[in-house]
Write a protein that binds this ligand. Sequence first.
Ligand SMILES: NC(=O)c1ccc[n+]([C@@H]2O[C@H](COP(=O)([O-])OP(=O)(O)OC[C@H]3O[C@@H](n4cnc5c(N)ncnc54)[C@H](OP(=O)(O)O)[C@@H]3O)[C@@H](O)[C@H]2O)c1
Length: 244
Amino acid sequence: MTTTAHPRRTVLITGATRGIGRALAEQLAADGDIVLLSSRDGAAVAAAADEIAGNVRPAGPDPVQIHPIQLDATDPVSVCDAAARIGRDHGHLDVLVNNVGGMFDGPSRASTVQLDTVRATFELNLFSAWRVTQAMLPLLRRGHEARIVNVSSETGSLTRMTAEQPAYGMSKAALNALTRSLAGELAAEGITVHAASPGFTATEAVAEGGRPVPDGAASIKAVIDLPAGSGTGGFFQDGAALPW
Ligand SMILES: NC(=O)c1ccc[n+]([C@@H]2O[C@H](COP(=O)([O-])OP(=O)(O)OC[C@H]3O[C@@H](n4cnc5c(N)ncnc54)[C@H](OP(=O)(O)O)[C@@H]3O)[C@@H](O)[C@H]2O)c1
């Protein structure tokens, strides 16, 4: 997988006050992109945007541009309001990163897991990305070489699936299926759609272990930076294709 230099892009990241989303925001802002940083908590997202703007040194001549957006990906009204605000203030989007996600089923097994837990996991990991994508598509259609990157997981690979974390793994497999379906639909419009795994990463969502957060974020950024015309509907980690 090769990446390329690119013009300044307007990028919306969901779930970016901490963890992989925040580290990705820092990397894109340093690269010169206009970053729309979002999460449920308006105060937290404003504070995170201020901190990033104060800390990041731009690699090029453009000043850092990072804008806080209050957006609860599970709430249709919040998502529509955010799309309207982005349309008014920025006019378009070049990149949507559906990063919001989480795991609630810990050591459960498919034979016994509470189905309410499964539903909540699908709501956050699948339907949030689907909802945000539908709301942002009119803005992406006005973008340049627009792309959608769904933050998935190795555990969503059907080929590699085990008995571990069934709700999480199946929700990410469904997110991968959404990726393929959208990629097929939107190819004719020149909008690319990929799934990207950060690998096991030491965020607050992880009890122990994992690699440095900037490394997980870089795995997502590599997919955002794929050159135009290099295909759509892929599933990547650290620049290499993962099996579906
Ligand atoms: N960490 C790993 O090892 C790992 C491995 C594979 C895949 N992933 C995937 O990578 C993504 C990021 O994971 P992470 O470990 O960085 O998570 P994290 O540290 O828990 O961060 C989650 C972010 O999402 C925001 N958020 C949560 N619910 C939201 C909602 N309904 N609407 C909007 N924002 C919301 C949180 O902020 P607020 O609480 O302020 O809203 C926070 O900024 C997830 O999709 C995860 O499944 C992670």
